[in-house]
Design a protein. Sequence first.
Length: 73
Amino acid sequence: MYLFPLAYIVAIALLIWFVFVSDALVIAKVVVALLFAISFLLNPSAFPLAGFFLRIAISICILFYQMIQMAKL
């Protein structure tokens, strides 16, 4: 329960980095931003953890993207 705010902040930071700083394709940036927006719409639904898990999945994918980009250097 204590990790929810930390995971929330890390997910937002990764999203900001991916959308504004990375050199990913524009389509990928739009898809990630839309999925992140959808994760906020899932919070007040019948399954509130679905949005949280979607944000965590997006964060993991962005971290994999960072690892691949660092390996190419």
